[in-house]
Design a protein around this ligand. Structure first.
Ligand SMILES: [Zn+2]
Length: 275
């Protein structure tokens, strides 16, 4: 039995797989703000889903920046109480098996690149716009080399701009991320109806995607996350094309196809690559 998980700023998804290829049973719970409570809930859900069968290996994503060895959580805008905690050590103590950790958006991107909207593409970028903004570059079905992961949500798009929960200013996340939109407009993103507001958000997102395109030169950019469902994709495409003066065309923009399970499917794929 294999265990995979996907811990986001809001929800935590946990699943087991008996064949290492497909998800056998899945559970979603709210992500506890407290780290100890978080790993206890993870253990409880794992016990419940595996029905007492031994877990042979684990792969999981968390919405944080990991240290270079992917052991300790070193920074998180949305799970501050998890920062500095030895997640890998704690999980090893609980499960006593090989464990592979990654950034949450990275695993979602891997899932989409291999089995979702990026299938058959060599150079895939995924940008997820949910509570926060994350992303990853996947090359030939694997994470592109990196030291500390990828954080396109924290690229600066406005100098001295809005404050981001990471401590920076003018970051993409502070203009399109769900928690910022809620703060600014006093309601959840899905309840914002003003087309002018959405046009502005589309423009900010397009600036971020333009920057990712000129740095990463992907064939396709896949957009995921709860807020993306409300952003007018056609406007994003038009702005992106309008900004494009150096490349003859910008990468294709697609939406995720694996839905909420992308991170879990990506974790299974990652596990397969590591074993
Ligand atoms: Zn930031």
């Amino acid at each position: 039995m294999y265990l995979v998980f996907d811990i986001g700023g809001t929800n935590m998804r946990i699943a087991v797989s008996s064949d290492g290829k497909t998800l056998t049973a899945t559970k979603t719970i709210l992500t506890p703000k407290d780290f100890n409570q978080g790993i206890q809930h993870l253990k409880q859900a794992a016990d419940e889903l595996s029905q007492g069968q031994k877990i042979q290996a684990i792969a999981g994503g968390v919405a944080v920046v990991f240290d270079g060895q992917r052991q300790t959580l070193i920074k998180s805008a949305h799970l501050p109480n998890w920062v500095g905690k030895p997640l890998l050590v704690e999980l090893k103590r609980m499960f006593d098996c090989p464990i592979f950790l990654q950034n949450e958006a990275a695993l979602e991107g891997l899932g989409e690149a291999v089995l979702g909207s990026g299938k058959d593409k060599k150079l895939v970028v995924l940008i997820t716009v949910g509570t926060g903004v994350g992303g990853v570059k996947i090359v030939n079905g694997r994470f592109d080399d990196n030291l500390l992961g990828f954080e396109p949500g924290h690229q600066i798009i406005v100098p001295d701009g809005e404050e981001c929960t990471c401590g920076g200013k003018g970051h993409l996340e502070a203009y399109v991320g769900g928690s910022y939109l809620e703060k600014r407009y006093g309601q959840k993103a899905k309840n914002i109806k003003d087309p002018q507001i959405w046009d502005r958000i589309a423009k900010y997102l397009a600036i971020g995607l333009y920057n990712s395109s000129v740095h990463w030169s992907p064939e396709v950019i896949i957009l995921g996350g709860s807020v993306v469902k409300s952003i007018p994709l056609e406007s994003v495409r038009n702005y992106l094309q309008e900004f494009s003066t150096i490349f003859p065309q910008m990468p294709e923009l697609k939406l995720v196809t694996l839905g909420d399970e992308a991170g879990l499917i990506g974790a299974l794929e990652y596990l397969k690559q590591q074993m």
